[in-house]
Write a protein that binds this ligand. Sequence first.
Ligand SMILES: [Zn+2]
Length: 212
Amino acid sequence: MKIILMGPPGSGKGTQASHIAGIVGVDSVSSGDLFRDNLSKNTELGLLAKSFMEKGEYVPDDVTIDMVMNWIEEPKHSAGFVIDGFPRTLKQAKALDEKLLESGGVDRVVFFDVPEEDLVRRLSGRLICSSCQTPFHKMFSPPKEENCCDNCGDVLYQREDDRPDVVRNRLHVYTRETEPVVDYFEKVGNLRRIDASLAINKVRESLEEVVR
Ligand SMILES: [Zn+2]
């Protein structure tokens, strides 16, 4: 069973990846895991990726593709896997399909649907204490007193990256980038959408259903 999980930041696919992998009995990996792994082990691909990142440039598709392909080629992943956050571009999607051509391609691509406003609330809710750096969240772990740190009583602030307009922009970039990938898998016929705005256990149930 070869499963791909797609969805914008904040859609919760990361927490569901290892769960569904456990049920299906395969390994799961995220593109972020593979980057960290290659960077920390100083692999050829890791060093290549680093050279772009140090210049403040995007890591080219080919480098990401090779990292994922190396992982897929490991014998223990030949029977199946769950990949979270890849492919993100049409080029990556085509490379993946080509790679899996002989073994029948991707079995299921699951897209985690969440309305933009929900995502903005989830992703822009983080508040940090200006002295002890303790993180809070407006929805999930609010401070006892508004804008006041539970630990030291100092004032809380919002990081620049967490501002609603910055978050919204990040989401638009994601949608623009992945729309062609969604269209591609929709044409192939293996894409399923699930409502990921629901509670975690509901999302888990619908994920199990579309993978079955
Ligand atoms: Zn504090």
